[in-house]
Design a protein around this ligand. Structure first.
Ligand SMILES: [Zn+2]
Length: 240
């Protein structure tokens, strides 16, 4: 163990918060020792807002219980995974001299990670940490560590890229893309080849053309004299 700051993501309250999700059916004890059941409506840092019929309860996470045991199990698994990711991040941050920095999980779904230099804080999307492939999550952590080391002025420029490479991170800007979106895109891409005649709708009109280049996210399609850049998911094979 190092003597560094422990991860804010593993404090007790936040540990309990990760056991719940908006939409979860829960029960809790009221002040007069009765029990109320309801649905989690919002996850505040320390308390959940729970809708019970026409009323609303604001309940500390430690006072909430799941109504469904399989949901409870699932959330426990998730909490375990988050702890592992937090420990891994802590280890990498310390290894690269960010002992003074804190890691916290965020509710962001598209932004996988974020580096806030002034607060010495690295944010990691909770959804990404739970659902992302371990290699992808580690890459996000290293990506943000590279921002911390290169300084915010470096952006995703050469200094940041060099740092990212040295740390073993893919030197590419943070992809605001979910795993599912990536899979859909990659699957769509495999259906085409350079030279294919294709059709797509752009600016409200059906257009046909030929793929002249396959970029990772979009195809370059030549339609007469005009070149279009089209996401793979929007292309279909042209009828001949
Ligand atoms: Zn970035």
């Amino acid at each position: 163990m190092t003597g560094s700051k422990y991860c804010a993501g593993t404090t007790r309250t936040e540990d309990a918060q990760v056991l719940f999700e908006v939409g979860d059916r829960v029960r809790f004890m009221t002040a007069d020792r009765g029990t109320l059941a309801g649905t989690v409506e919002k996850l505040n840092p320390k308390r959940a807002r729970v809708r019970c019929g026409n009323g609303v309860g604001v309940v500390p996470y430690t006072g909430l219980e799941h109504l469904c045991s399989s949901t409870a199990e699932n959330r426990k698994e998730r909490a375990k995974r988050l702890k592992e990711v937090a420990a891994r991040a802590r280890e990498l941050m310390d290894q690269h001299g960010l002992n003074e920095w804190t890691l916290r999980f965020s509710a962001a779904r598209k932004k996988l990670g974020e580096c806030r230099a002034r607060q010495k804080l690295i944010l990691l999307s909770r959804a990404h940490a739970v659902n992302g492939a371990p290699g992808a999550v580690t890459d996000t952590i290293l990506h943000e560590i590279a921002h911390a080391l290169a300084g915010s002025a470096a952006g995703h420029g050469p200094a940041w890229k060099a740092t990212a490479r040295r740390l073993g991170a893919i030197p590419k800007s943070c992809a605001p893309e979910s795993d599912e979106a990536r899979r859909t895109r990659e699957a769509a891409r495999t259906m085409f080849r350079t030279g294919d005649a294709v059709a797509f709708i752009a600016r409200g009109k059906l257009r046909t053309g030929t793929i002249v280049r396959m970029n990772p996210k979009r195809a370059r399609v030549k339609c007469g004299d005009v070149m279009w850049s089209v996401p793979y998911a929007r292309i279909s094979g042209a009828s001949r």
